[in-house]
Structures are given as C-alpha cells and as structure tokens.
Design a protein around this ligand. Sequence first.
Ligand SMILES: [Zn+2]
Length: 322
Amino acid sequence: MRAGIDLGGTKIQAIVADEEHHVLAATRQPTPTGGGAQGIVAALAAAVRDAADHAGVKTEELAGVGLGSPGDVDDHAGTIANASNLTGFAEPVAVAAQLRQDLGLEQVRIGNDVSVATQAEFELGAGRPYQSLLGVFWGTGVGGGVILDGREWHGRGGAGEIGHMVVKLNGKQCPCGRYGCMEAYAGRRAMEAEARERHEKGEKTDLFKIMHERGRDRLTAGIWHRAARHGDKLALQLIERAEEAIAAAAASAVNLLDVEAVILGGGMGTRFGEDARARLEKAMLPHLFNDDRPPALLLAELGDLGGALGAALLVDDKAAVT
Ligand SMILES: [Zn+2]
C-alpha cells in the first residue's frame, strides 16, 4: 500500500491505495494559511496519518508516500520552491526529509502536480489506450502534461506549460507577467479579475452575488458553473472566450506533436465536464492542420483524486517492506 498527496493552494487531498491502485481511503482538508511552510508540512503528515487511519493501516506499513505539488519540485533534493500559492514556499523547503522523519517512512517522493495527474490519466485513466497524449488541466491556471511514445516529456524540466502558449500577439497580460498567454484568457484567476473589472465598470452579472451567498472569497468553478447555468451573460461570455483560448492552444500543440488524445481535467474542466469537452472539440477543429483526423478529446477519468493517485504512483512499491 502507498499513500498519495495532492497539495494545492486551497486543499490537501490524501489517499491510501493498494497495489492495484484501488483507493482504500481518501481525505481532504484545507491548506493551512497561517503557519507558514512548517504548518503546511505538518498538515501533509497529518493528512497521511488520517488517510491511513481511514484505510485501517498503520503509517509504518505503507511502502511510501508520493506528493504532487505546485512550484519547482526537486525530487532528488526532496525540496519544493517557488510555489506562489503556498505561504512560505518561495525559498526551497525540505519537505521530503521532514515527512520521512514525521511519518517514519523511508520512501517519500515528490513530483509536479500537473505531471503526476497526467501520468495518472495515462496509466490508470482516460489515457490508457494511447501511447501519446496531451493533458490539459483547466483550473486556477492552466497546466499541461505531454506523453510521447509512452513516456512523459519533461524537456529540460519545464515542458508542458500549455497555459503560456501565446494565443494572441500583444494580448492580455497573463498572471505570469507576459502578454497574450492562453492562461490570461482561460485561467480561473484571470477570468475572475476580468469579471471583477467589468462588473465594477457597470456590467451586470450574478457571479459576485453567488460568491457572497456561498460565503466564498473567490469565484470557484462551482460559482462559474452556476452563473452559466442561469444564463449569466458575462459569465457565458468569459467562459466562451476561455474555451476559445484553450482550443487554440491545444490545437496548436496538436499541430506540433500530433498526439493521439487530448485529456481535459482540472477544477474548471471537471466542473463543466461533457459540455466543455464537446465545445472544445468543435472549437479546436478550425485550428487543426490535419483536420480530417482530429485527436480524441476526452475528459479526465480520475476526477478529483487524479492528482493524489498520480502522486502515489511515484512510490516504488518494489521497495516496499514485506
Ligand atoms: Zn503566461
């Protein structure tokens, strides 16, 4: 058995899975914002203990723990740095060493969150029939993963940044600071900034009313979905624009790599589900050079647990204690 953790800016999801990758227990808790890096690492250890507890196993019986994290992940050094959504993670934090000590486990592996989610879809989810694919994770930002000839392509360590493919020259400024990136139109954070600006200028929308009703401080995927279902004009416009941008970037990537499948996941992708998949399929077509044989466009199958399952895959179970 192994544990997997998906560390996000808002939540920590932990699972315990058996050798066949069946999830025996899953737990979810908010990412602490008060205690700095130490608080987050302590919460990661607690999440593993909690999931192990629910699965009815002792933590020391686990073969190891895999962690999927945003930011610059160095599995060899066991550190995470530059994770702007996590407090205290600007400088490298020695997460693996601390988890090893806290949990009494030898094997703690760290991977990039989008990379492990792509790997999970490839090995266990919608990507199983294919040897090449592009994972597109539409959430707060838009992350990407590339599998070529059955192996993930990391480039020099920075591959897969589909959110920062340029879809418009001299376009909108992206949260990354550059201009015209796909994420500047499609990332949930960028969409929220645009909605706020237009609302303040007098455009009508229920987005922020729904946000207050739900006691939230940001426009979650659920809020966008609800507003769209009610025919909110601004929400529908920004969602359409987001999907156009994703379609242009994904189709451009397909023109370059000719992968067999594109898999759509992430908080927004999962929430809009089949509707978004069908609209993207149509929106990609005009941009595809080989439009007589478009790639399969599929929804991520593992949903919310994909990140944690992919993280658990990092653990080498042959090194398991017997
Ligand atoms: Zn960018």
